[in-house]
Write a protein that binds this ligand. Structure first.
Ligand SMILES: [Fe+2]
Length: 340
């Protein structure tokens, strides 16, 4: 392995296995909090088409943000990828991303799924919806607001308020209904919880299977993974579930995005823009979304069989910047009402 002991690569070489030629021409370096082996197909196709090598460092989003901060101007990262709008917003607030002016990106990605000045772009959409036990729940909640209805007392499983998906959901409720109504809502949901918040989205669905809960809030792809098989405590029991895409007569179901931005100090900025543009191609969109049972960000790209089986629905098209903007208040409200 060739090692370039320049100051700019030192931190990188010391701490990771990323190619030590990362600063050379012909490469693009991605810090990614998404880790699917199948993403490699997309990276290989990009390399095939452009000759640009893709290097990836995967990690927890908050750790990658801390790392970008620590590396500062010497960071080899060109692109930061997260699986929620809240964290990419946080990275942007910290000055870690730069504006990108690209007609391709502006034309392909709908306006509400990207930063107004091109600091980040949504690449796939995930819906956070309501699942329920068909035997136990005759009138499932049709809106997020209805989760606070006393008729569901002791029935609801939803994860903790420290989870960024719930923070974004709460941020969207603040945007739709205002802070006071959002607080009343949170109080009502806490009163309806079947148990203290625990585990991830899959655990909420498992709670329905085990009978601990009758209603669960989860991102669609967690349920769809269960359909694919191999998910302990869920696969084999998916027939007992009904689901509701909430707020279909109003603003639509809450969606979040996997998003990418070009880093403030990207050493390979042009390659990074090329990569983002490639990510909006039909090929990359369908692959990126479908392999995790998500919805493409670019309109008109086909659905995979699993998400298609859930049916079509109306998505909330609030600009995702509000998730980040409202998250501090969302967290305060969660704390005020004792949503752990
Ligand atoms: Fe997730």
């Amino acid at each position: 392995m060739r090692v370039l002991w320049t100051t700019s690569t030192l931190a990188l070489v010391a701490s990771t296995a990323l190619s030590t030629a990362a600063m050379a021409q012909g490469e693009v370096n991605i810090y990614s909090s998404r880790h699917y082996d199948n993403d490699q197909v997309i990276y290989d196709e990009f390399t095939e088409r452009t000759g640009i090598t893709v290097n990836r460092i995967e990690g927890d989003a908050d750790e990658l943000i801390a790392r970008l901060n620590a590396e500062g101007q010497n960071s080899p990262a060109d692109i930061f990828l997260t699986v929620d709008a809240g964290r990419i917003w946080r990275a942007d607030e910290a000055g870690l991303l730069q504006p990108i002016d690209s007609e391709v990106l502006e034309n392909r990605i709908p306006e509400h799924l990207r930063h107004p000045d091109g600091h980040w772009f949504g690449m796939s959409q995930r819906a956070r919806i309501i699942f329920y036990d068909k035997e136990e729940v005759e009138n499932p909640p049709q809106t997020y607001e209805a989760l606070a209805d006393p008729q569901y007392e002791g029935q609801i499983c939803i994860r903790s308020s420290s989870n960024v998906y719930n923070q974004s959901l709460m941020a969207s409720i603040i945007a739709a209904n205002g802070e006071e109504a959002a607080k009343d809502w949170a109080e009502g949901v806490v009163a309806n919880m079947a148990r203290e918040p625990q585990g991830g989205d899959t655990d909420q669905l498992r709670g329905v299977v085990s009978g601990e809960c009758d209603i669960a809030v989860a991102n669609t792809y967690y349920f769809l993974r269960g359909l694919d098989g191999g998910v302990d405590g869920l696969s084999g029991s998916t027939d007992m579930f009904g689901w509701v895409f909430p707020n279909q007569s109003g603003r639509g179901a809450h969606v979040n995005v996997a998003a990418m931005g070009v880093t403030a100090n990207a050493p390979n900025k042009e390659n990074a823009v090329q990569f983002l543009e490639f990510m909006t191609s039909d090929f990359a969109q369908s692959y990126f979304a479908n392999q995790n049972n998500e919805y493409a960000a670019v309109p008109g790209v086909g659905l995979a069989e699993n998400p298609a089986s859930l049916g079509l629905f109306r998505m909330d098209d609030v600009n995702l910047s509000v998730f980040g903007e409202n998250t501090p208040r969302a967290q305060e409200i969660f704390n005020e009402v004792g949503w752990e």
